[in-house]
Write a protein that binds this ligand. Structure first.
Ligand SMILES: Cc1cc2nc3c(=O)[nH]c(=O)nc-3n(C[C@H](O)[C@H](O)[C@H](O)COP(=O)(O)OP(=O)(O)OC[C@H]3O[C@@H](n4cnc5c(N)ncnc54)[C@H](O)[C@@H]3O)c2cc1C
Length: 298
């Protein structure tokens, strides 16, 4: 195991050891990250990247941890949290946002500036990096609809710029980004009617509040939408609302969510994911595909 003290010396309070996943994931469950670092700028990130390579330390980048489940055995190596990479600018219809900007900030600012295209993605609780990586979306709009380009570090630490056409993307999928650390993204939006964009945003936020179990920790929809159907409909039809393993529970409010109803371990959540897949397959013949990302050993 490398000696991580140089990271503490460089990043001070922004370097944490043995941090429990409940502090940096929205499931508020799972094991500990060996080291967490929160770089403030691209140069910090490049320094960290090269330190990890020199010292053979694994490095993983996370945004808001809102689409991941971290094993109870924890995360070895360095987990980078991008929250301090939070610059955003708007010029005409062009929005440039660093990876750690909250996605909802992009949705809010664009609507308030009369730019159409992201208002329906309001309330997605991830970062710009996570939204690009997942091609996050809601109510018929998704990140790649307006993506122009991204800037990233590749595995050798070089800065690369990719245009939208360089990336194969689809429903909750962006291929070709594996192994890249996203630094920033540029989006091109078109002019819309500001009052109606703000109204759409309010309606979406209200719909989320009404339909989703936002008062419990979760990581949103557990499974992808199968072709022509909804995972939540199939899970409900299989009678699984309220089904529990330990502290993990299929939400009674929205069957597509697994919530941490109190003291859930990652193993509880993982076991419940398996139970749901098996029971839906048995009752409907449909094999649900996981949308959430499992990190560490399961
Ligand atoms: C209540 C709730 C509602 C949700 N609703 C929606 C919804 O409507 N639509 C939707 O699509 N999703 C939804 N989600 C899921 C989640 O918010 C999105 O997938 C979001 O885009 C994840 O962003 P994140 O920053 O949290 O990513 P994380 O969970 O931190 O990471 C996700 C993946 O992206 C990678 N990653 C993150 N940042 C970077 C980076 N800078 N460079 C390289 N890789 C990176 C990580 O390594 C990981 O593989 C919801 C989640 C919750 C809790």
């Amino acid at each position: 195991m490398p000696d991580y003290s140089p990271l503490k010396a460089k990043f001070g309070d922004c370097c944490l050891f043995n941090e429990p996943a409940e502090n940096f994931t929205t499931y508020r469950a799972g094991g500990r990250a060996e080291v967490i670092v929160k770089p403030a700028c691209k140069e910090d990130l490049l320094w960290l990247f090269s330190w990890c390579r020199t010292n053979s330390a694994p490095l993983l980048v996370l945004g808001r941890g809102s689409n991941v489940l971290i094993s109870d055995k924890g995360l070895p190596g360095v987990a980078v949290l991008t929250e301090r990479l939070s610059a955003i600018s708007i010029s005409g219809g062009t929005v440039t946002a660093q990876a750690g900007v909250l996605w909802d900030e992009v949705a809010r600012l664009t609507a308030e500036n009369g730019l159409a295209g992201f208002e329906k993605t309001s309330g997605i609780p991830g970062s710009v990096g996570g939204a690009v990586r997942m091609n996050a979306g809601a109510f018929g709009q998704e990140t790649f609809d307006r993506l122009a380009s991204i800037e990233a570090f590749d595995a050798a630490g070089n800065t690369v710029k990719l245009l939208k056409r360089d990336i194969k993307f689809g429903y909750r999928r962006a291929e070709g980004l594996e192994g890249l650390i996203l630094l920033s993204a540029v989006f091109e939006l078109h002019a819309g009617e500001k009052p109606s964009l703000i109204q759409d945003r309010s309606c979406v936020l209200a719909a989320r509040e009404a339909r989703q179990p936002l008062d419990f920790p979760s990581a949103g929809s557990v499974f992808k939408r199968p072709p022509g159907d909804y995972a939540s409909r199939l899970i409900d039809a299989a009678g699984l609302k309220g089904c529990k393993v330990g502290g993990a529970e299929v939400s009674a409010k929205h069957a597509g969510f697994i919530i941490n109803s109190g003291g859930a371990t990652a193993s509880d959540i993982y076991a419940l994911m398996g139970e749901v897949r098996a029971r839906v397959k048995e009752k409907t013949g449909v094999e649900l595909e996981l949308e959430q990302i499992l990190l560490g050993e399961f």
